[in-house]
Write a protein that binds this ligand. Structure first.
Ligand code: ADQ
Length: 463
């Protein structure tokens, strides 16, 4: 039976996996032979071409060190200051330093050189995310003939945003070297197809490039999910219950409105706080009766645009506090710290409303996890951005345009006033959708499409 090789920027660490994705991919590897390949987290002056294979909690992990001088250009530079903002349609926040591409390319070459000696001819290779778009090209250059698939966790950009990315043509040629390219949402497949069918190769310097041949690459949407049943169990666990009791003591009768995100400009956090401010301004009766808890641990905080988002959010939260707080009531709590999944599950369960309002998002797993953690007898309401991939699945959420803070404020009011019967009906439909799109099936479906007949181990009990 073919082995599966999972490749991502970072490999999973020791201890319990932090997210549903890591858990699902570990499960894939626990049911068959294979290994996980990626950066060790170490930077060195002169990296070798060899990865170290290690057993981490029963998982085979091959890790390589990266060159200090390339890592900045590869990670904070090309990946997170060019690709991330452009793919999220935030060209205003992109820093177009085209020379970062060289470091990005070199790291992908280094990944390929270290991975190649570990590959057997019939291994199936599954590459994850925008850091590693060129990897299949680099592996093929070294002679790899394996089935190689790519999954993009973030949205695919519109053609105009794509054209703003230096070397976008090479990147698209790189995508054409995969056998299968998986996207989160139909909208992403449509944007990709639009590019593929109407590509306008650059004519810079009079040079007319050949159109890219995508005929050997299959493109499809594979919307990722969570493990809603696991979240339901987690929400009833002692750790979650402890969090619920703690919060109940603090909140009394107030309804909890919850936001849980990485601190990232794509998540629409300032707009969310503005919508909450409008809710309080327009509905005096809700003051003292609601409380917004926003959990947003900093990420990529060496990048200026992330620091600025953090400063903006600090200022907005301070402004709302100053405007509405009273000596004995605070309208919001803002926590810049990550919580473990059991505590999050408790918070999800207690929340009357989850505000999941990214300006653009690949999927957004917080929406899935919130639904999984609800109490069926008294479920909360999901207010969801129509620009999250999750909006293609969760039709019974209250869908909002996150740029329109009046609309989000009104959706919040409707969510807070929603009768129990309607909350139950909507939640049942959301839970059915979350179960249908669970993360285990997502992984199996992708592998099965990449290499038909190989996703399940002989004798596996899964149907
Ligand atoms: P992210 O942008 O990181 O992921 P998201 O899908 O919302 O966004 O979250 C991923 C995981 O991080 C979830 O398991 C969630 O619980 C956890 N997480 C988020 N905020 C947290 C917090 N404040 N504290 C603790 N944990 C937190 C990228 C894409 C998404 C896509 C995922 C998976 O940007 O669109 O859904 O990959 O493909």
């Amino acid at each position: 039976m073919s082995r599966i090789v999972i490749v991502s920027n970072r490999t999973p660490g020791k201890g319990p996996a932090a997210g549903g994705l890591a858990v699902a991919l570990r499960k894939v590897l626990s049911e068959r032979d294979g290994f996980w390949f990626g950066w060790s987290g170490k930077l060195v002056d002169q990296p070798g071409n060899e990865a170290r294979m290690e057993d981490i909690d029963g998982l085979q992990v091959a890790q390589l060190d990266l060159a200090r001088e390339d890592h900045h250009a590869y990670y904070a530079g090309f990946s997170n200051s060019i690709l991330w903002p452009s793919f999220h349609l935030r060209l205003d926040l992109a820093t177009i330093e085209s020379h970062w591409y060289e470091g990005y390319r070199r790291v992908n070459q280094q990944f390929a050189r270290a991975l190649m000696p570990l590959l057997k001819p019939d291994d199936i290779v599954w590459v994850h995310d925008y850091h590693l778009i060129p990897l299949a090209s680099e592996l093929r250059q070294l002679g790899a003939r394996n089935r190689i698939g790519f999954y993009l966790h973030i949205p695919f950009p519109t053609a105009d945003a794509l054209y703003a990315i230096p070397h976008h043509e090479e990147l698209m040629r790189d995508l054409a070297r995969y056998d299968l390219v998986g996207m989160q949402a139909k909208r992403d497949v449509a944007a990709f197809t639009e590019f593929a069918e109407h590509q306008a190769p650059s004519t810079f310097g009079g040079h007319q490039a050949q159109p890219i041949d995508f005929s050997r690459t299959e493109i499809d949407a594979f919307p990722i999910g969570s493990d809603p049943a696991a979240f339901a169990r987690l929400a009833a666990s002692p750790a979650a219950t402890k969090m619920v009791h703690r919060m109940k003591r603090a909140l009394g009768d107030q309804c909890l409105i919850l936001g849980v995100d990485r601190l990232d400009y794509s998540k629409g956090l300032p707009q969310r706080v503005e919508a909450y401010e409008k809710l309080l301004a327009n509905n005096a009766r809700l003051r003292r009766n609601v409380h917004l808890l926003q959990v947003a641990p900093p990420s990529r905080d060496t990048i200026k645009e992330y620091q600025e988002t953090s400063d903006t959010l600090d200022a907005m939260c301070g402004h709302v506090m100053g405007r509405f707080a009273e000596p004995d009531w605070q309208p919001l709590t803002y926590v810049k710290r990550a919580y473990g999944q059991p505590s999050l599950a408790g918070l999800y369960r207690l929340a009357r409303v989850a505000l999941v309002t990214p300006l653009r998002d690949g999927m957004n797993l917080v929406a899935h996890e919130f639904i999984g953690a609800q109490d069926p007898a008294n479920p909360g309401v999901l207010v969801l951005s129509r620009f999250a991939g999750a909006a293609e699945i969760f039709h019974d959420a209250l869908l909002v345009n996150p740029f329109d803070t009046d609309e989000t404020a009104e959706a919040l009011r409707i969510a807070l006033d929603m009768p129990l019967e309607e909350r139950k009906q909507r939640w049942r439909s959301l839970m059915d959708a979350a179960e249908e799109h669970n993360v285990d099936d997502w992984a199996i479906n992708f592998i099965e499409r990449l290499a038909p007949g190989t996703a399940r181990k002989a004798g596996s009990t899964r149907d």
